[in-house]
Design a protein around this ligand. Structure first.
Ligand SMILES: Nc1ncnc2c1ncn2[C@@H]1O[C@H](COP(=O)(O)OP(=O)(O)OP(=O)(O)O)[C@@H](O)[C@H]1O
Length: 218
């Protein structure tokens, strides 16, 4: 689904490359984790594959088309869904409103289908009363489940998650991880996450380490 061709990136000075000659392929139906030391460039790499920035060199293809040809705005809207450590929900909206808004903006095939969203939320243990409450009143674990259901309800085929369990306790981490596995294995999307937690990394289908400017399968 996603392929990087000789990708390199640097901020400012080309002599200080964060990584170079990255040739990776990410397939649908699989969950990938990216690990590496703090400051090695993991989040930067995610921002490239999420279409938030362009590679300094090389190119990225989504389903055989270069991102520059798809157009980054269009790519971000239609092809990629993001999950963040800090949830990134509209705090003044309810869970249902957050999800319906994202579905509407991205033109999801189920846009406007409130019943479908309520069923999806119910499946992750968020009942109708909680789904109608402002998300700021939900726990961190519940907010991250809302963010992941948002991803599940949207049609984007690629899911990119930066430290999705970084703020969660052990139980919520397990819940979130099993949802990400479901997105990859049942919804047949491609999920790529960055994590510092070895247990989370090991639960993924493939582990890739960014070390000394190179990405290697562990
Ligand atoms: N906008 C920016 N301008 C200049 N340098 C930046 C910018 N963003 C990040 N950096 C630097 O690039 C390097 C890689 O940052 P990045 O956030 O990608 O690393 P990371 O591996 O995700 O780190 P962490 O695990 O701590 O989140 C760091 O040295 C960081 O200071």
């Amino acid at each position: 689904m996603l392929k990087t061709n000789r990708v390199g990136y640097w901020y400012g000075d080309a002599e200080n490359k964060l990584f170079e000659n990255v040739n990776l392929e990410f397939l649908k139906g699989r969950l990938y984790s990216i690990i590496g030391k703090s400051g090695s460039g993991k989040t930067t790499f995610l921002s490239l594959i999420a279409g938030l920035a362009r590679p300094s060199e090389g190119s990225i293809e989504f389903n055989g088309r270069e991102l520059s040809k798809i157009g980054l705005l269009n790519y971000r809207k239609k092809c990629v869904s993001m999950v963040f450590q800090s949830y990134n929900l509209f705090s003044y909206m309810s869970a249902i409103e957050n999800i319906l808004t994202a579905m509407s903006i991205t033109g999801s095939k189920n846009a406007g289908n409130k019943k479908y969203v309520l069923e999806m939320l119910d499946q992750v243990g968020i009942d109708e009363a909680s789904a109608k409450r402002r998300v700021s009143r939900l726990s961190g674990g519940q907010q991250q489940r809302v963010a992941i259901v948002r991803t599940m309800c949207c049609d984007a085929q690629l899911v990119v998650a930066d430290e999705p369990t970084g703020n969660l306790d052990e139980t919520s981490t397990k819940d979130v991880l099993s949802l990400l596995q479901k997105i990859a294995h049942e919804q047949q999307k491609c999920v790529i996450l960055v994590t510092h937690e070895l247990d989370v990394a090991k639960a993924c289908d493939s582990v890739i380490e960014l070390h000394q400017k190179k990405f290697e399968y562990v």
